[in-house]
Design a binder for this molecule. Structure first.
Ligand code: PHE
Length: 355
């Protein structure tokens, strides 16, 4: 048997075994590499007598082709096998039903805070924030409410230590103090946030929300306060006309002070804001007391202005027809699904500012 046929038989037998990629490549180079067995046969060509050369070349080429074909076929098989394995492991069943998901809702209070911030930012107010845990100075003393002032009792304060140095802020007014201590006039800010008083019934919760407003500049007077609040209420309730009443009141940190009521009527058990002969109190306000300005290093002979504090929960209840304040804080998912807002649900007067 010629060498060529021996090589062929030997390697066809080898290739018939169950081989992996490495062994096949090994065989490939054993045969066709630089010193491969088939390659070496080709080198013999010159020494073959001329009359046999044609047949030798013919046979050799046939063997070369056959072995190459088997090798290529084997390599293809392995490749296909590997692709199938991969496909099997990464199989995606597109016929499966989609997974359930719940989209969260925006709490009415968060929604209303966004709306309020948006309305005030339209007329030049920036948004400030302060901590829920305050010191007694920022919450009371700096706001012209010294020790044993009756207003301190009125607020039913949650104190955090025996010495009564730290407390949960009873209103957002300490943000006035923080803002003015931290900068130079003019100031034109609102400060929405949580506030706390030891109080609980259908219209009072121990934690509630306020938005503070403060505008200090040269020549700011009470008519600016009225104009600003009037604008805000109309924008917020989306009405053209609003009946407002300023009732004389008292806050240690404003002089004069007022509480503001808005007019409403009841129609089919529903509150209609803007007209009517009933009054609803929604905020406290006044001209910032000179003592407060002195406490925060602002010269009251040069600068003055107004401040206000609005109850946010009350506004949210009125605008969105929610009867019981306590529902806001009960974290009832069904309630939130009903009264909450979709993230992209924007009321007509919402202008895109978000916290
Ligand atoms: N801080 C007052 C309160 O909580 C509201 C208020 C703010 C009044 C600013 C006047 C000026 O009742």
């Amino acid at each position: 048997m010629s060498d060529i046929i021996k090589i062929k038989d030997e390697y066809l037998k080898k290739l018939n075994e169950n081989l992996d990629l490495i062994s096949i490549n090994q065989i490939k180079s054993e045969l066709f590499g630089k010193n491969g067995k088939v390659s070496n046969e080709f080198k013999k060509m010159g020494s073959i007598p001329a009359e046999d050369r044609k047949k030798f070349a013919y046979d050799l080429n046939l063997v070369k082709e056959e072995l190459q074909n088997v090798i290529e076929k084997k390599l293809k098989e392995i490749e296909t096998h590997q692709i199938n394995l991969k496909l099997q492991n990464e199989k995606v069943d597109v016929t499966l039903p989609e997974r359930n998901f719940n989209r969260g809702k925006i709490h009415p209070v968060s929604q209303v805070i966004d709306e309020i911030s948006s309305i005030f930012s339209e007329i030049g107010f920036s948004v400030e924030e302060g901590p829920d845990v305050e010191n007694e100075y920022n919450n009371f003393t700096a706001l012209n409410t010294p020790d044993n002032h009756p207003a301190r009792d009125m607020h039913d304060t949650f104190y955090l230590d025996k010495k009564k140095e730290f407390l949960l802020r009873t209103h957002t007014s300490p943000v006035q103090v923080r803002t003015m201590l931290g900068g130079k006039p003019p100031f034109k800010i609102i400060a929405p946030g949580r506030t706390y008083r030891s109080d609980s019934d259908q219209t009072h919760a121990p934690m509630f929300h306020q938005v503070e407003g403060l505008h200090i500049d040269k020549n700011i007077n009470m008519s600016h306060l009225k104009g600003c609040l009037n604008y805000f209420i109309k924008e917020f309730f989306e009405v053209d006309k609003i009946k407002m009443r300023f009732r004389p009141s008292h806050f240690p940190f404003t002089e004069p002070s007022a509480e503001v009521d808005i007019g409403y009527e009841l129609k089919d058990g529903k509150i209609i804001i803007g007209d009517g002969d009933k009054w609803l109190e929604i905020l406290g306000c006044g001209m910032v007391h000179p003592n407060v300005l002195k406490n925060v290093n602002v010269d009251p002979s040069k600068y003055q202005g107004y401040a206000f504090g609005i109850g946010i929960d009350r506004l949210a209840m009125l605008k969105y027809g929610i009867n019981d304040l306590r529902a806001f804080f009960e974290t009832d998912y069904r309630w939130l699904n009903h009264f909450g807002f979709d993230p992209l649900d924007v009321p007509s007067n919402y202008r895109g500012l978000s916290r």
